[in-house]
Design a protein around this ligand. Structure first.
Ligand code: AMP
Length: 218
């Protein structure tokens, strides 16, 4: 199974799509955002730094991010393929990722871009809720992905919460950063011939079908 990378602006549904692929293909899901959110719960210097950075919508410094990615990808469960989302986020990280891949003897695999307009993302951002226990993502503004009971996860009964950075101010920071820093990596992967574009504005199921088609044909 090839490795799969998702590139998408904030709240485009990359976490949701990654979870669908995880279930179907039983691959580990490596999300730098999820790993950093776990670290942000720690009462330590690093925990405090990460918590404040996440809240502002800024990027966590490279020395922390690179180490956690390399350590995670080196684990046995990644040897037969994995899904990565949230990394790389800029050209420097993309080049560092190439080095990490070379070190571990992995291929880049399939890169999937979820293409979607800013207006749709703004509507999604305020409704997003996550499960504290299993990280399942819901959207209370969208009947198709609302939890059955408010604030309770359908899957595990865990408590749902709203991310600190899911507000319009932080969204604007993250979106502008995406345009400025992350968009250049689209070109980088297009030139490598590994990039596939999927329309992220369709329903969750339609996007999942298209993503699955890309993975199956690649
Ligand atoms: P995400 O869940 O991918 O939206 O990421 C949430 C937040 O985690 C981002 O706004 C950043 O603060 C931080 N983060 C995630 N991935 C990275 C990365 N590759 N480099 C630096 N910071 C990151």
């Amino acid at each position: 199974m090839k490795n799969i990378m998702f590139i998408a602006p904030p709240a485009a549904g990359k976490g949701t799509q990654a979870e669908i692929i995880v279930k179907k293909y039983h691959l580990p899901h490596i999300s730098t955002g999820d790993i950093l959110r776990e670290i942000s719960k720690e009462d330590s210097e690093v925990g405090n730094y990460v918590r404040e950075t996440l809240k502002s919508g800024g990027l966590v410094k490279d020395e922390i991010t690179y180490q956690l990615i390399e350590d995670r990808l080196a684990k046995d469960d990644c040897k037969n393929g994995y899904i990565i989302d949230g990394f790389p986020r800029n050209l420097e990280q993309a080049k560092e990722y190439d080095k990490i891949l070379a070190k571990l003897g992995y291929d880049i695999g399939t890169v999937i871009l979820l293409d979607i307009d800013r207006e749709i993302l703004e509507k999604r951002i305020t409704g997003r809720r996550l499960c504290e226990e299993c990280n399942t993502i819901y959207n209370i503004n969208d009947p198709a992905s609302s939890p059955k009971q408010e604030s309770v996860c359908d899957k595990c009964g865990g408590k749902l919460y709203q991310r600190d950075d899911d507000n319009l101010e932080s969204f604007n920071n993250r979106y502008n950063m995406y345009i400025e820093k992350t968009e250049p990596i689209i070109d980088y992967y297009e030139k490598k011939g590994v990039l596939h574009k999927v329309n992220g504005a369709s329903s969750i199921d339609e996007v999942a079908e298209e993503v699955d088609r890309v993975i199956s044909n690649d």
